[in-house]
Design a binder for this molecule. Structure first.
Ligand code: NAD
Length: 175
């Protein structure tokens, strides 16, 4: 049997949206398996990072199932940030299955993996003005349509964990 090729995607996924789904589908068109790293796993309960790593795992898992992506083709791994950028690739390697290609639009992520001799690919951005975590969270706060930007199963998770009241509470002045 030929060697299995794996690609790695790192993102905070706060929350996972249709832009992330587009890039995951592209990666699975290139390689056999995708490793989805939940970046900044230690962060939650802030406006920029409202959801815990466990909640984000649930969202990603359900979104991939909804889109018919077989569980045998992906791994989901939370990765905490560390103070030393120069050691971060080793931290990722310690927590993930082996991989050959890194997919990222983030210049710091690209730089660190290039210096560690990985192949790095920048996937095209899919409608970035609306498919971004910042835009999804902004709409949640002001009561605009955020549901159309994310998979239906992720809407259900956000309702289950009462994500909108959490975000609105966190946005109150004095917190
Ligand atoms: P993100 O969720 O903004 O994006 C992840 C990736 O998804 C992007 O690189 C891009 O390829 C893709 N994407 C996003 N929107 C898209 C769209 N509309 N269409 C197509 N693709 C789209 O996450 P990020 O900020 O790049 O995450 C990097 C993570 O790595 C952070 O958690 C950061 O803290 C972590 N990090 C940590 C260290 C350290 O701890 N020292 C160092 C480097 C990076």
């Amino acid at each position: 049997m030929a060697d299995i090729m794996r690609g790695l995607l790192v993102g905070r996924m706060q929350p996972i949206h249709e832009g992330h789904m587009d890039v995951i589908r592209r990666i699975l068109g290139d390689v056999d398996e995708v490793i989805i790293c939940i970046g900044s796993a230690q962060l939650s309960h802030s406006i920029k990072d409202p959801f815990t790593a466990g909640e984000r795992t649930m969202m990603i898992n359900k979104a991939l199932t909804e889109h018919g992506i077989p569980a045998s083709s992906y791994y989901i791994t939370p990765i905490q940030d560390i103070a030393c950028n120069s050691l971060w690739v080793a931290q990722v390697e310690m927590l993930t299955p082996p991989f050959e290609v890194v997919y990222s639009g983030n210049s710091l992520v690209q730089r660190l993996f290039l210096e560690a001799d990985y192949k790095v690919t920048e996937p095209p951005l899919f409608n970035r003005e609306i498919y971004s975590g910042t835009e999804v969270r902004r709409r949640m706060l002001v009561g605009e349509d955020w549901e159309s930007l994310i998979p239906k199963s992720v809407i259900e998770v956000i309702k289950e964990i009462e994500g909108i009241p959490r975000l609105k509470h966190l946005s109150k002045k004095g917190t």
